[in-house]
Design a protein around this ligand. Structure first.
Ligand code: ATP
Ligand code: MG
Length: 399
């Protein structure tokens, strides 16, 4: 009799020194939270690995490898996890190991019929076992070759590695779902993500969360110039990011009146930069109120007029908190790859206008100077705008 279990391997966390325990505890609690929808589980840590087992019989997610994909993928999305495998856990000696190896590989080949070469790797935690690791691997290899005529051994570049571990219990497993690595969310403070409906900002949030940062998000909504579908899209993107970053609050700022005032009273070629300066100030106020220590944006150097060095500097000047821009040196294609990897791309490219495209200047100034911004803002009551943004019709959505 064997039980189906999941093995998750920890990464960078294990390199930590004295405070390693803090990181490991956070990783364990994040994992427990992420897996809360998969039935009653026992999750425990042993050295740099985590074992996940169903507490009750008939947990459908553990029935076989294919059914376990959902839970494997969920584990892989928890920052700090390097890889996860579906394993059989059982007791007994050599005969049981051989039997379980065969039954594991039988099921494995059903899901991966294209895989034809393998090798066996064994580890013995229990040194009283009568064979050494080499002998055990060799014997199990033979058993598999006898049973599966389509398989052959390739020690250099096998299609799959069957791992056999002999400890207080025995384990066999093959195949890995790769995790997203990084550090556990909640070990590096909290940041306020400026989240638009585009491709870049969700990726920026993902990247900061991968370094352990917890997130809240702010979205500037200009209804009816941007539709409620655009807002729903941002909510969907926040949900996608939160698969990795955990719970967050999304602050929806009513930006319509501010945009209209600017559109009427600011210099056309400075509209975008002026608007971004107000956005940053509102975001900073919200950040300070909610315990966030930085702002995060999806800006990338030179991508658009408002992302030149001069425009970025002029925008930065209005806030005290540091602004993290993890995409600053990436080109668009690299960002799109990341966006696909986190499952946001298809949502991000849905064609609902975001507010920047509605109130966009035809010929934005790409290298703004101080006198430009002074002139552009001379007829605006910026303080009042920021106050209104933070206080009027602010909507808070729990993600
Ligand atoms: P994205 O793909 O993230 O929308 P972008 O390439 O369209 O970015 P901009 O529109 O210039 O670039 O925005 C730069 C950054 O400013 C965004 O990545 C985001 O962090 C922030 N931002 C822009 N518009 C909004 C908005 N309506 N609400 C919240 N943040 C925004
Ligand atoms: Mg945008």
């Amino acid at each position: 009799m064997s039980t189906n279990v999941i093995l998750a391997r920890m990464g960078e966390v294990t390199l930590k020194g004295l405070n390693r325990g803090v990181f490991e505890n956070k990783l364990m609690s994040n994992l427990k939270y992420r897996l809360r929808g998969f039935g009653k589980l026992s999750i425990f840590q042993s050295q740099s690995r985590i074992w996940i087992e169903p507490k009750e019989e008939n947990n459908e997610y553990f029935e076989d490898e294919a059914k376990a994909m959902d839970i494997l993928n969920a584990c892989a999305q928890v920052f700090g996890i390097v890889s996860v495998s579906f394993a059989h856990k059982f007791e007994g000696g050599y005969d049981e190991i051989a039997k379980e190896a065969i039954s594991y590989v039988e099921e494995y080949l059903q899901n991966h019929p294209e895989q034809k070469t393998f090798k066996v790797e064994s580890k013995r935690g229990d040194k009283s076992f009568p064979m050494n690791s080499m002998e055990l691997s060799g014997e199990i290899g033979h058993e598999l070759l006898e049973r599966f005529s389509e398989l052959s051994v390739d020690v250099k570049k096998p299609d799959f590695v069957l791992s056999v571990e002999v400890r207080d219990f025995n384990y066999v497993y093959a195949g890995k779902v790769m995790g997203h690595r990084g550090l556990p969310v909640g070990t590096a403070g909290k940041g306020m993500l400026l989240l638009s409906g585009g491709i870049d900002s969700p990726v920026a949030g993902y990247m900061m969360a991968s370094r352990g940062m917890q997130l809240d998000a702010v979205y500037f909504h200009s209804y009816p110039y941007t539709s409620d579908r655009a807002k729903d899209k941002v909510i969907d993107l926040a949900k996608i990011v939160s698969r990795f970053s955990g719970r967050m609050n999304l602050y929806v700022v009513d930006f319509t009146q501010i945009q209209l005032d600017m559109y009427k009273n600011s210099r056309q070629d400075m509209l975008t930069v002026t608007m971004r300066r107000v956005m940053f100030q509102i975001a900073e106020e919200l950040a300070k109120k909610t315990g966030c220590g930085c702002l995060i944006t999806g800006e990338s150097l030179g991508q658009v007029a408002s992302q030149t060095l001069e425009a970025i500097n002029i925008t930065n000047e209005v806030v005290e908190l540091p602004v993290f821009r993890p995409l600053i040196g990436l080109d668009k294609e690299a960002t799109c790859d990341l966006s696909r990897k986190i499952g946001a791309f298809e949502t991000s490219i849905l064609p609902y206008e975001d507010c920047c495209t509605v109130f966009v200047a035809k010929h934005p100034k790409t290298h703004p100077k101080h006198k430009d911004i002074e002139e552009a803002e001379s007829k605006l009551d910026i303080k009042q705008m920021v106050y209104n943004g933070v206080n009027n019709n602010l909507e808070i959505i729990e993600i």
